[in-house]
Design a protein around this ligand. Structure first.
Ligand code: PMV
Length: 360
């Protein structure tokens, strides 16, 4: 599908006065990372992620036909009116207006909450923007009932991408690929797709325990972060490596080789941070406790020969990834040896989920 396929003419089709939709949408954790983008939120390289389950956003979009010319929207987050959230959402609405011209006929009230603490250092833009995109698509489908599920989810992911790149991987499916890689059929730079091959049983119920090493706001916003890849001395090599890693992980996810999985996922995490350390301006987003945890994981793996591995986002928190049949030993390891490195002893137990859900 091309960009033009997402321009709607639904405004003409129905006359809907008011309504509301609620979507629950997950966060996701990238295995092969997206870091660097072109105009229009087009990624420099393909990425792939596990959809999470316990970390989600619940958003209601209420709409009423506009009474006067000037459209408006209000935002409430966890029960509190949040004017400081409006600029990001206003940019999102501006970006998607071309594809959703019916939006200009309505006033909106957006009510949202996260299952995880806002200041936990867990990015909420993926779940937040995908929730909003899905609510918009529910409105579009009420105006044009001919829209089928395939188009609905593709366009939701397309719109979510315009809000926050990785949000397009938080719409549908447990393992999601975003970016055009010729070895992944139907993959696209415009939207995320469900990993289109059979995933090995070893990845069923895969766990992600998030160790909250640093609960503050992100030190480097992803907007700034992606810009660090412009004129980065290693950028082209990195983009090439990511495409090669996509091909490798495609095999791993099918053959269930957990040792190869750990190797690739950890290398991706450290590469992401290496890109930040070698850009200008440069950043170290890991904290001393991040490194302590990583070393503990490596010791633990050596001693037990289990498959626990880690990945990192653009921050200090550590995601522990492990299979279902190792959960008891890993939980014991977390409680006895790792919690002490978490700020306020906080951590979140999550696992691979199934994607967004309509709640009404
Ligand atoms: O979606 P953004 O613009 O917030 O970028 C996300 C970037 C990483 O989380 C670091 C990697 C990824 O692929 O999710």
């Amino acid at each position: 599908m091309t960009e033009k396929d997402f321009i709607s003419n639904s405004l003409e089709i129905a006359n809907l006065k008011e309504g509301k939709f609620t979507w629950k949408t997950p966060s996701n954790i990238a295995l092969v990372k997206y870091w660097g983008k072109k105009a229009q939120q087009i990624p420099e390289n393909t990425s792939i992620s596990f959809t999470l389950d316990a970390c989600f956003t619940l958003t209601t979009l209420e709409f009423t036909k506009k009474k006067n010319q000037i459209g408006s929207f209000e935002v409430y987050f966890e029960g509190v009116k949040k004017d400081d959230f409006k600029p990001k959402i206003a940019i999102f609405f501006e970006r998607i207006e071309k594809y959703c011209p019916y939006l200009s006929s309505y006033d909106f009230i957006i009510t949202s909450r996260n299952s995880f603490p806002h200041s936990s250092g867990i990015a909420s833009s993926a779940s937040g923007m995908s929730a909003l995109a899905l609510c918009v698509m529910s409105l579009e489908r009420s105006l044009n009932t001919k829209i089928d599920d395939d188009y609905f989810y593709k366009k939701a992911s397309f719109l979510a991408r315009l809000g926050s790149g990785s949000a397009c991987r938080s719409v549908k499916g447990s393992v999601v690929v975003w970016g055009n890689n010729k070895e992944i059929s139907e993959s696209s730079n415009l939207y995320g797709i469900e990993f289109p091959y059979t995933i090995h049983q070893n990845f069923k119920n895969y766990h992600d325990t998030i160790l909250l090493v640093d609960e503050g706001e992100k030190q480097v916003s992803s907007t700034v972060g992606h810009q660090l890849m412009y004129n980065h001395p290693f950028a082209q090599q990195r983009f090439k490596q990511a495409e090669e890693n996509i091909v490798k992980i495609k095999e791993i996810l099918q053959n269930g080789d957990l040792k190869a999985f750990a190797n690739l996922v950890e290398s991706e995490a450290l590469t992401l941070h290496a890109m930040m350390m070698t850009s200008n301006p440069y950043f170290i987003l890991m904290k001393p406790n991040t490194l302590k945890i990583i070393n503990k994981i490596w010791e633990f793996r050596k001693e037990t020969n289990l498959n626990l591995c880690f990945t990192l986002d653009a921050g200090a928190n550590v995601h522990l990834l492990y299979p279902e049949n190792e959960k008891e030993q890993v939980n014991n390891f977390v409680v006895t040896q790792l919690i002490k490195y978490c700020q306020n002893n906080h951590y979140i137990c999550d696992r691979i989920g199934f994607g967004a859900k309509l709640k009404n």
